[in-house]
Design a protein around this ligand. Structure first.
Ligand code: 3PG
Length: 209
């Protein structure tokens, strides 16, 4: 596993970035880092995604910037060219996974079933995203997967929040949890960077509850 991935899993939290205006990338990224979570999964859900990745990776000291909601090899390649150091896909995508593995780019592929996990395993992947976690059985499913896939770890996202994050993180096969609960959309809309910093600090504090 790369040092980058080890750092992310040591932190244990992967905040989601859904942002329309690239001009907000730097204050947003600084809020994450100041909040104690120097990781950003910048999603391809807005046009500004690549500009945000570029701005965050060039201008926010110490922030590990990755791309999320990656559906195509082109998006993965563009994200890496813009400065992303890891790729997250919402579903298991063999083409994107193969490209990343060949290019030695860290990838956390989306999975939701034993079939997906087996396919990811075939590419040598050690950590898969588990999305949408809550809708696919959450904790119970992860516990069931621990038997046949005892060598795999997961990044559950989708319905993870302050109330259940530690229940997920206490599972031995959970490497980290991700999601938007650390970056509430209303705060992003309001450009409430102090609020985002506080939301991140709350999540970090919760780790020790
Ligand atoms: C993701 O892409 O990981 C999910 O959209 C996160 O889901 P959440 O908004 O429920 O955290």
């Amino acid at each position: 596993m790369s040092e980058n991935m080890k750092t992310i899993f040591d932190i244990g939290l992967v905040p989601l970035v859904v942002l329309d205006d690239a001009a907000d990338a730097v204050p947003f990224g600084r809020a994450l880092a100041a909040g104690g979570i120097p990781v950003a999964e910048v999603t391809f859900r807005t046009e500004a995604c690549l500009d945000i990745i570029r701005a965050m990776s060039e201008q926010v000291e110490g922030l590990i910037v990755g791309a999320g909601t990656v559906h195509t090899v082109q998006q993965a390649a563009d994200a890496v060219a813009a400065g992303a150091t890891f790729i997250v896909t919402p579903a298991f995508n063999p083409a994107v996974t193969e490209w990343c593995v060949k290019k030695h780019v860290d990838i956390i592929p989306g999975t939701v079933s034993p079939a997906d996990i087996e396919a990811a395993n075939g590419f040598g992947i050690e950590v898969c995203k588990f999305f949408p976690a809550a809708a696919y059985g959450g904790i119970q499913t992860l516990k069931a997967l621990a038997g046949p896939f005892g060598h795999m770890k997961f990044l559950p996202t989708g319905g993870v929040n302050y109330d259940n994050m530690n229940e997920y993180l206490d599972l031995p096969n959970v490497a980290a949890v991700g999601g938007s609960f650390m970056t509430p959309s209303q705060m992003v809309k309001d450009k409430d960077w102090a609020g985002i910093e506080k939301a991140c600090k709350n999540a970090v504090r919760h780790l020790f509850d």
